[in-house]
Ligand binder design. Structure first.
Ligand SMILES: C[S@@+](CC[C@H](N)C(=O)[O-])C[C@H]1O[C@@H](n2cnc3c(N)ncnc32)[C@H](O)[C@@H]1O
Length: 270
């Protein structure tokens, strides 16, 4: 494994202590975990294709696979953000717009939701229309690793279950840092892995067997839910992600594990 890491990151001066090795091996694995193993498309194109395919079923299956607990996690993110009374909010990897719509209900600021999947955004646009929030919420197509916004544009930025799909995590985070205003708040909600017995074992069973089975039975895209659980298991969480945020330049970085650690809310500022 060290040789593999050294080859890929030969240009990076390495201090191969234990935490660096864990971080780099997760980074290597995370970039290799793509939805379609035999596809020639890069990770970003595959992710966009996958979410386009599952966009119609995404909201329903999301509730099923999280047993509805994601609603509680999302509300915590909304509370963190709205407490700062932001006038401009960017929700990255907004998907079908759940978080953007929820924030609009508790805040009068202008909200922009950005995503690379036009299919997910189209579902989101129908929801925005149904809630009569068109004047407050705008959903735009775009890539988190090349944001179409000026530096220091937003008072608050959120990403829910999006960062682990970025092709290059550091590039996405650097772009987020760039467009966030000084003193602005950045909040991530992302899956993480429980570390304590018996939740660790329960989670492994759930993500290895239950999640892919739900995908096989109910999804239009049989491999999508396999990818979602594989990508969750190799993505950095807790202190490892805190450190990546600090390296990007963020300050006041905090992580707050939810529901035995199956998800974590990270907050930071610039
Ligand atoms: C699991 S969904 C999360 C959607 C929504 N935030 C939620 O909480 O339900 C991940 C989303 O990230 C989007 N995504 C992945 N990579 C992206 C990128 N580089 N730029 C923008 N969006 C991206 C996908 O298209 C997808 O809609």
């Amino acid at each position: 494994m060290h040789n593999q890491i050294n080859k890929k990151y030969a240009s990076i001066p390495l201090d191969l202590n234990r935490s660096n090795v864990i971080y780099l091996s997760k980074k290597l694995m995370s970039s290799k975990v793509k939805p379609y193993k035999d596809s020639d498309l890069n990770k970003k194109e595959q992710v966009a294709q996958m979410f386009d395919t599952i966009s119609g079923e995404y909201d329903g299956l999301n509730r099923v696979i999280s047993f509805g607990i994601d609603i509680k996690w999302r509300q915590k993110v909304v509370n963190l953000v709205t407490a700062t009374e932001p006038k401009t909010i960017l929700d990255i990897a907004t998907g079908t717009g759940d978080l953007a719509i929820n924030m609009a209900k508790f805040n009068t600021g202008k909200i922009t939701g950005l995503d690379i999947s036009e299919g997910m955004l189209n579902v989101g646009r129908q929801k925005v229309k149904a809630e009569q929030l068109e004047n407050q919420v705008e959903l735009v197509v775009g890539d988190s690793e090349n944001l179409p916004f000026e530096t220091d544009s937003f008072d608050a930025i959120t990403v829910a279950f999006g960062v682990r799909n970025f092709e290059t995590l550091e590039k996405g985070l650097a772009e987020i840092y760039r467009v966030l205003k000084p003193n602005g708040i950045f909040v991530i909600l992302e899956t993480s892995v429980p570390t304590k017995f018996p939740f660790k074992q329960g989670y492994q069973f759930y993500s290895k067997f239950i999640l892919p089975t739900i995908g096989k039975l109910f999804s239009k895209d049989r491999v999508a839910y396999k990818y979602l659980s594989e990508s969750a298991s190799v993505f950095p969480y807790g202190e490892a992600l805190n450190n990546i945020l600090r390296k990007t330049g963020f300050i006041n970085v905090k992580d707050d594990p939810q529901t035995m650690g199956v998800a974590t809310i990270y907050s930071a500022s610039k």
